[in-house]
Design a protein around this ligand. Structure first.
Ligand SMILES: NCc1[nH]cc(CCC(=O)O)c1CC(=O)O
Length: 309
């Protein structure tokens, strides 16, 4: 097979940027042309809140249909938008090196969270961010917003809102880090499981594409994402639940590689939260995720997840 590799992508500027990077890398390792195929998803067509459309899975299903149908060979997703359930017939063949997964504040006048006055309006649509911002006890007024990155940042420029919270990774990929006024400390606002990572998917029986994509895989990023998403799956929480998780790789005392995993579940009103952390060998990523979720459940996380449904 020497024809072009067809890579399905959403049309948003962020999706096109992410897909473009993967397409370039895939062309370089395969020596074959890579053709971008634009796919429109229900999440792009509708202005309704994501929670009303049935979760962020709405961004994913149209791309997956195109893979199943054979219209495309490869699809690139923001990993945090993927449901935790595996998709029969498809495989995540590459998790490329990850961007900084932290959340970022874009505020008027260069302000940080701590400098925003009581009653300042902060826009975000994600329940995880709403809950953690309220839990800071700063008296911020959290305003639900959605739309692409430009639309959200425009609400600060126009003066409609004092600030918005976005994934730093999206701003980095779009070349908009200049707008960031504070990168949020994960001790205050822990990012979403798999934030900043991409999932590059193909058909499980497409051995040629699988082996090409294997060259784009970053084992450390894959292990961190596995640990974080296992927390989410074990808590039986959807991607719109106020669950946060963040894994990092560091050096263990014996010189080997170790994962340090943190997670939190926060009540939507910010009045209650359960946080925890665990560390262990990189090869035990999913076990670490399960252990941390079990610890959070022991300490009451189940009720917080249930209350957010
Ligand atoms: N939910 C939308 C979404 N999906 C992925 C990103 C950013 C890129 C990433 O996290 O990889 C965003 C925007 C945001 O949260 O600000």
């Amino acid at each position: 097979m020497t024809g072009p590799i067809r890579l399905g992508t959403r049309r948003s500027e962020l999706a096109l940027t992410q897909s473009g990077h993967v397409a370039d890398a895939l062309a370089a390792v395969s020596g074959r042309p890579v053709e971008l195929v634009h796919i429109t998803t229900e999440g792009d067509r509708s202005a309704a809140a994501i929670s009303q459309l049935g979760g962020t899975g709405v961004f994913v299903s149209a791309l997956r249909e195109a893979l199943h149908d054979g219209r495309v060979d490869v699809a690139v997703h923001s990993y945090k938008d993927l449901p935790t359930a595996e998709e029969p017939g498809l495989v995540i063949a590459a998790v490329p090196a990850r961007e900084d997964p932290r959340d970022a504040l874009v505020a008027r006048d260069g302000l940080t969270l701590g400098e925003l006055p009581t009653g300042a309006t902060v826009g975000t649509g994600a329940p995880r961010r709403v809950a953690q911002l309220r839990a800071l006890g700063l008296g911020l007024e959290v305003v639900p917003i959605r739309g692409n990155v430009d639309t959200r940042m425009g609400k600060v420029t126009s003066g409609e809102l004092d600030a918005v919270v976005l994934a730093r990774a999206g701003l980095a990929r779009l070349g908009r880090l200049d707008a960031v006024t504070e990168v949020l400390d994960p001790l205050q606002v822990l990012p979403a499981p798999a934030q900043g990572a991409l999932a590059v998917e193909c058909r499980s029986d497409d051995d040629v594409t699988r082996s090409l994509l294997a060259a784009l895989d970053d084992a450390g990023a894959r292990a961190c994402v596995a640990a974080e998403r296992t927390v989410l799956a074990t808590l039986e929480a959807g991607c719109s639940a106020p669950v946060a998780a963040h894994a990092e790789i560091g050096e263990a005392e014996d010189g080997g590689a170790e994962i340090y995993l943190r997670a939190s579940v926060t009540a939507l009103d910010g009045g209650d939260a359960v946080r925890g952390s665990v560390s262990g060998p990189v090869t035990d990523a999913t076990r670490l995720g399960r252990d941390l979720a079990a610890d959070l459940l022991d300490r009451g996380a189940g009720a917080l997840v249930a209350a957010s449904r």
